[in-house]
Design a protein around this ligand. Structure first.
Ligand code: OFO
Length: 175
């Protein structure tokens, strides 16, 4: 069993992960409309990854006999239309998510909640990956040259990204 404070905090994180999913889906739509199908593919896969992050927490709360409390998801907030700017937004967004995950890790340690400490360690590692992915894409943009030809090549590259999470994951308790 976990504390009410912890389950509230994980429920908040579910909302933040779903917001991430919503943000990337909205960005994917914008990029797809602009003809950047590869960038849209990358962002759509990112949407699925974020839903996986949310559902993994949903499953954890259920496994712990805690209540899942879903809240309203905010409207995706981004104005960028350029590919480089979209990934700058992505990196900044992920830095914020990292800070949020660290709060859960710190709370788990404070409460001597070893189960949640173990559970959240996966997300701590995942955030290293999330920031690395966005950073590397930004580096690639700079290396290729932030121009039409460079973005065209990046678009092809990002079109190759495949789903990295189990497609049959439901998040249901006992999964
Ligand atoms: Fe869930 O890691 Fe991105 O936001």
């Amino acid at each position: 069993m976990i504390s009410k404070k912890m389950s509230d905090r994980i429920n908040l994180q579910i909302n933040r992960e779903m917001y991430s999913a919503y943000l990337y889906l909205a960005m994917a739509a914008r990029m797809g409309e602009a003809g950047y199908k590869g960038v849209a593919n990358w962002l759509t896969i990112q949407y699925h990854e974020e839903m996986f992050h949310a559902m993994k927490m949903y499953g954890y709360l259920q496994d712990q006999g805690a209540s899942v409390a879903l809240d309203a998801i905010a409207r995706p907030d981004f104005k960028e239309t350029g590919v480089k700017e979209i990934f700058q937004h992505t990196l900044e967004h992920e830095k914020g998510v990292t800070a949020s995950i660290r709060e859960i890790a710190a709370l788990a340690r404070e409460e001597k909640d070893y189960a949640t400490e173990n559970f959240i360690a996966w997300y701590v590692d995942e955030q290293v990956e999330e920031e690395k992915n966005a950073t590397e894409i930004l580096q690639t943009i700079d290396l290729l040259g932030n121009n039409a030809q460079g973005i065209f090549m990046l678009n092809i590259e990002l079109g190759k990204r495949k789903l990295g999470v189990p497609s049959d994951f439901t998040g249901l308790a006992g999964h």
